[in-house]
Design a protein around this ligand. Structure first.
Ligand SMILES: CC(C)(COP(=O)(O)OP(=O)(O)OC[C@H]1O[C@@H](n2cnc3c(N)ncnc32)[C@H](O)[C@@H]1OP(=O)(O)O)[C@@H](O)C(=O)NCCC(=O)NCCS
Length: 207
């Protein structure tokens, strides 16, 4: 490994590099998962879970109705990489190489160095701690390398599992935002969670 690669593992990158991260999401490895940019070749795996209405119930996208719809979503995600816009990682099981979900950035506030994150996972992989594992890795990127100050996440009140994932990662419940989103035609209250950079230091295992 070169000196530059060694140093980049030890030192946080400059905050002004944030757009560079969106343009080229660095791969993140956890015990069971690899987070990496979404590829064209993920279409079949992506469609297999994104076509499940249960997976789409509490997210703002609707269940995919065809493989060509999934391919269009992948093109959109890759355009976001190209434009250095906030976007998604593919969540890949290291044991099989299968893409089983996405996690990433729904929004980003350059002036205040904050981002909103979101995630979804194939139903057969729920309740195994995988979303928690993926979110911890993403928060590590946000705070240790991108230099963000605040990371937020929101979940619909009737989707408490997502709140548990954020709590497990050290995020705090800040309150309920009434009628904050319209999901598939229905106004929904959401619960806002967030974590600040200084709290991440104390929440992370090495902190
Ligand atoms: C929400 C989601 C990402 C959770 O993924 P996961 O890998 O199952 O999450 P984890 O296993 O890391 O943790 C789930 C936690 O929620 C809890 N949980 C699961 N279902 C629950 C429910 N109906 N009510 C309360 N808690 C619940 C689990 O017990 C676990 O908490 P615990 O470890 O304290 O027991 C997954 O269900 C999913 O992809 N849902 C569809 C997409 C979605 O809703 N995304 C979030 C949008 S805000």
């Amino acid at each position: 490994m070169g000196i530059r690669a060694c140093l980049s593992r030890l030192l946080p990158e400059e905050p002004e590099d944030v757009r560079g991260f969106f343009a080229s999401l660095p791969p993140l490895e956890t015990e069971r998962l690899l987070l990496r940019p979404v590829r064209r070749g993920d279409a079949a795996d992506f469609y297999a879970y994104a076509s499940d209405p249960e997976v789409a119930r509490h997210v703002l996208w609707r269940a995919h109705r065809s493989l060509s719809e999934t391919r269009a979503v992948i093109r959109m995600i890759r355009r976001q990489y190209w434009n250095a816009e906030p976007s998604l990682y593919a969540i890949v099981l290291r044991s099989s190489g299968r893409m089983i979900g996405t996690i990433g950035f729904n929004a980003w506030d350059e002036e205040h160095l904050s981002a909103e994150v979101g995630y979804s996972l194939a139903r057969e992989f729920w309740h195994q701690g995988l979303a928690t594992e993926a979110l911890r890795a993403l928060l590590g990127l946000c705070f240790d390398r991108m230099g963000l100050h605040r990371v937020e996440g929101m979940h619909e009140l009737d989707n408490p599992a997502s709140g548990r994932v954020m709590e497990h990662c050290g995020m705090r419940r800040e309150g309920v935002l009434r009628g904050r989103i319209r999901n598939k035609g229905a106004w929904k209250d959401v619960c806002l969670y967030a974590i600040l950079a200084e709290e991440w230091v104390s929440a992370s295992p090495a902190g």
